[in-house]
Ligand binder design. Structure first.
Ligand SMILES: *[C@@H]1O[C@H](CO)[C@@H](O)[C@H](O)[C@H]1NC(C)=O
Ligand SMILES: *[C@@H]1O[C@H](CO)[C@@H](O)[C@H](O)[C@H]1NC(C)=O
Ligand SMILES: *[C@@H]1O[C@H](CO)[C@@H](O)[C@H](O)[C@H]1NC(C)=O
Length: 364
């Protein structure tokens, strides 16, 4: 007992020498602490939708089973990109903002919501849209100021990294529901609206101190099992109309970010090429350690593209070996795919993420 106490005391002394900290009441932060905030959709939601009234959820098995052994609200079999990035950045898993009783925010918070889009019209009433995610972020800022004081809260938000993965649903919804918003615009005008609203949101975060951003480009949505299963004749083709929109969005995003960099002092970003990452694995799964890149692990129908995965329906099939698959359900990649992507963008070269990689954003 005594030696343990001596050891702990020594450890504490050692820790305080090698990792200088700053304390506010009972909260102590290492001097080089970098928080991590996440905005977006099901690619990055770690459980916010568990706490809203919606049918857009993943809080039932087999979601979560591979890593957590229980459903967490993550729309995959295990961890998502932000979980792997947090680990690389020596942070704990970043909690959903709506997690009851969660008010630490020192390490960050996750505001993402399954089904959410940039536009308020996208699944209105069923999701936490981007604007509401921003309002939650602003509420959190107020709380942080109370806790840490004005100046330290500002420093924390200045040094933090902001991951934004949104837009998928703005393009997906018009092809999967009877929503007519897209139909009244040309593809160019619609993409302009999405990118325009996204730009407004980035500027809001910038105003609150945000300087370092990670953007995930959109994946090949026209080729996910859900969409392929809807193509008449079951030819294996992707949906070209959707592919065109996604490519247009990615192109516009890659143009608007350098503009923001030149307009906003200190703005730094990493734009990650999720599109090529997924396309390469859909076409050549075996090159990347998968055996199946086109059929999902969990669902029903052609390509298991009918989104029936989970215990709410007993009419779904579940694959035997999830690590063989690129897609877990009709839309979402597996934990293994997310892990590969997180590793690539963490230390990646500009052909997968640039101008900065994530390691550089967290360390400088
Ligand atoms: C769209 O509307 C038509 C006719 O009202 C209906 O038959 C169809 O099921 C709807 N599709 C979706 C995806 O909601
Ligand atoms: C934002 O989206 C709305 C539709 O939700 C649209 O009317 C508006 O023009 C968009 N704003 C920008 C700056 O593009
Ligand atoms: C990216 O560049 C690296 C090193 O320059 C190379 O090894 C890798 O194959 C490239 N990846 C792609 C997807 O082009």
């Amino acid at each position: 007992m005594r030696s343990l106490r001596f050891y702990l005391c020594f450890l504490a002394l050692y820790a305080s020498i090698s990792f200088p900290t700053k304390c506010f009441g009972n909260i102590c932060l290492p001097k080089d602490h970098v928080a991590f905030f996440i905005f977006g959709d099901s690619i990055v939601d770690v459980g916010n939708n568990n706490y809203i009234t919606t049918n857009l959820q993943a809080n039932f098995l087999p979601y979560g089973e591979t890593f957590f052994q229980y459903p967490t609200g993550r729309a995959s079999n295990g961890r998502l990109i932000p979980d792997f990035i947090a680990e690389k950045a020596n942070l704990p898993l970043i909690q959903p903002y709506l997690y009851p009783g969660y008010d630490q925010y020192i390490d960050g918070a996750n505001f993402a919501s399954i089904g959410a889009g940039v536009l308020a019209e996208t699944r209105r009433g069923l999701v936490i849209d981007l604007n509401t995610q921003l309002n939650y972020f602003k509420n959190m800022e107020t709380l942080l100021k109370h806790k840490l004081g004005e100046e330290e809260a500002k420093t924390l938000l200045d040094k933090a990294v902001y991951l934004i993965c949104i837009g998928n649903n703005d393009y997906f919804v018009p092809f999967t529901t009877n929503s007519s918003v897209l139909k009244s615009y040309s593809p160019e005008k619609y993409v302009d609206m999405v990118i325009g609203n996204l730009t407004t949101a980035i500027k809001e975060i910038y105003k609150k101190g945000g300087r370092k951003y990670v953007f995930l480009g959109l994946p090949p949505l026209g080729c996910v099992p859900y969409i392929k299963a809807q193509i008449p004749g079951n030819t294996g083709a992707c949906m070209e109309e959707l592919t065109t929109l996604v490519k247009l969005h990615n192109k516009e995003l890659s143009k608007v970010l350098p503009k923001l960099e030149s307009q906003l002092k200190g703005f730094k970003y990493s734009l990650a090429d999720f599109y090529s990452f997924c396309t390469e694995r859909i076409n050549s799964p075996s090159k990347y350690g998968f055996t199946e890149g086109k059929i999902s692990c969990c669902g029903s129908g052609s390509y298991r593209g009918i989104p029936s995965c989970g215990e709410r329906s007993n009419e779904y099939e579940l694959c035997e070996k999830v690590s063989d698959f690129l897609f877990f359900d009709s839309v979402h990649p597996t934990e293994k795919a997310y892990q590969q992507f997180a590793e690539l963008i963490w230390s990646g070269t500009p052909n997968i993420t640039g101008p900065y990689n994530l390691k550089a954003l967290f360390e400088h």
